[in-house]
Design a protein around this ligand. Structure first.
Ligand code: ZN
Length: 223
């Protein structure tokens, strides 16, 4: 299972980070180990002083008759070590250390079947931080829609059942600090409540032991 993420898919967000609006989707990956287990804590990594929240529509992929389709939808967080990402971007290096670290991806528990939406239906979503709306978006604002994203990604890599497609974040990204309370809404319904927590113990044996305990393998069931 892989997490495929799209960057700069909302014009206002591309602008707020000083990026050009892309002519082709910006694609990057997170490994399965980035995924916060069900009901697990959001732990802010110790190597960054500027972790940003990015609320996104997340689609679970299914392959039917050899074709990848967006099967179910929910919201999630693409947590980003913005200070480190900026440094890597400046040096022209890959983003993984800033984007794919352990605990950098959160996905709400409950998915809605995409086929339950009428044709042309658009999905609105938002993130509150400490009770204030900080990000709100609408699937109609995406620069590349879901079929275009799937087609583009599949030019390069096959999408498989249960892969998760993060579709980019609207404007309003900002820092997430220890103690900040996040609430994620899709179609007006509260889908998650999470608090920013202290990092794992420093790198080393203790950290991995604690981490393994927190995450029995493949505990995060998607259906
Ligand atoms: Zn993102």
């Amino acid at each position: 299972m892989k997490l495929i993420c799209i960057g700069r898919n909302y014009g206002e967000h591309a602008k707020e980070l000083g990026n050009a609006v892309p002519e082709e989707p910006v694609v990057f990956l997170k490994p399965e180990s980035a995924l916060i287990p069900r009901n697990g804590p959001i732990r802010l990594p110790s190597f960054s002083n500027d972790v940003h929240h990015e609320i996104e529509l997340v689609f679970a992929i299914a392959r039917r008759n050899g074709k990848a389709v967006a099967d179910r939808v929910t919201i999630g967080l693409d947590l980003t070590a913005r200070d480190l990402q900026q440094e890597l971007k400046t040096k022209g290096l890959p983003w993984e250390k800033a984007k794919a670290f352990d605990g950098s991806a959160y996905v709400a528990d409950s998915f809605t079947a995409v086929e339950s939406f009428p044709a042309g239906h658009h999905i609105e979503f938002m993130l509150k931080k400490n009770g204030q709306v900080v990000q709100s978006g609408h699937s109609s604002q995406m620069i590349f829609d879901i079929p275009a994203l799937i087609a583009n990604v599949e030019r390069y890599m096959q999408l498989e059942t249960d892969d998760l497609l993060f579709t980019g974040t609207p404007a309003g990204v900002g820092p997430l600090k220890v103690g900040d309370e996040l609430e994620g809404y899709m179609l007006g319904e509260l889908l998650f409540e999470r608090t920013g927590e202290r990092p794992f113990p420093p790198l080393g044996k203790a950290r991995f032991a604690a981490h393994d305990q927190d995450r029995p393998r493949r505990q995060h069931r998607l259906r």
